[in-house]
Design a protein around this ligand. Sequence first.
Ligand SMILES: [Fe+2]
Ligand SMILES: [Fe+2]
Length: 381
Amino acid sequence: MTEAAVANPVEPAMSEREEGNHVVYTFQNKTFRLDKRKARERLEGKKVINGLRSAELNVLPLKYHEAYRIYKQMKANHWEPDVIDMTKDCTLWNSNKLSPKERWIIEMGVGYFSAAEGIVGDSVLHVIEDNLTAAELKHASLRQIAEESIHMDSLLHIIGSLNIDLDEVTAKFQDIPSIKRKNEFITRQMPELKMGIDLTVTANKQKFAKAIFGITQVMEGTQFYALFAMLLSLHRQNKMTGIGQMFQYTLRDESNHIALGRYILQELINENPDLWTAEFKQELFDFMREGVTLEKEFVLDCLPEDIVGMSQKDFLEYVDYNADRRLTSLGLPAQSDVKNNPFLWLDEVIFLKKEKNFFETRVTEYQTSGSVKNTNEDDLI
Ligand SMILES: [Fe+2]
Ligand SMILES: [Fe+2]
């Protein structure tokens, strides 16, 4: 038994002692008996899925430390679209100095992402977050949903600043077959998962795992990157720098979303090894391959022929390169023989090194004061 009395006469005395599984606090005329065994049970009851559910979103006792670390990293990277100066973009957009093919890339970027960000936000909310039971995983997912809203807001900032016709943007999303196919491919299994399925059944656990894989590794991790690279190629040529800056921040956020999705998947598999069968691994591999095929079709729509500073071959290879990174990070085989990143310069953007002359804008200084530079490069891919 331990006895710790506070001697300060100004402060009321408080004592603490242990009694078996309890710790007893006495404070003036009050006594609190806290059950340590219950706290341990609560920790043990925490699971990615099928864990103890409680009415409160209390991350304590913390079990999934990596999710909390990613949450803090996401929070440190907070940004606001409407502080990005679009003056130079507007001047260029309204001049004849942008080629029709360059304008097409911008329009495809706005058209695709304005809907895609919403698909991700909705899926993370209703499919991933709803089915998770551990509070710190839900907590990090909720931060991701907030960031998807920021990304949607950035698209509105672009549309409003450039005075792009909203009907045209919407029509682009609805009428371009490669965009429709990409989005339908990701969302086709979501309705069932949104209804709430019995996640004690192995086949349903696999559906849930596939949805996480589809949203975070195939869509965000593979199908977003080629268009990011096109928009940032323009930025690199000092064209549409406000848009480039926003996509630079977005890309940094997406790298955290990919890391979070991978972590949740890994923990899900660790706790539910029954789902990780050879057949299911093959299913995920095939799913990624289909995603790659659709993405290459989309790349060729965005960039129908090589233009200054952009070659189709590089972007197609970049799709394979990213797909293989996502697959191998989960212990799955690569689906291509592309080994090298065709856009090494893009690493400078992703890792946000202090390259003040590389961009005119001050990207690296936009982190909040509590922010530290991301140290785990795997998280920044
Ligand atoms: Fe996003
Ligand atoms: Fe995202």
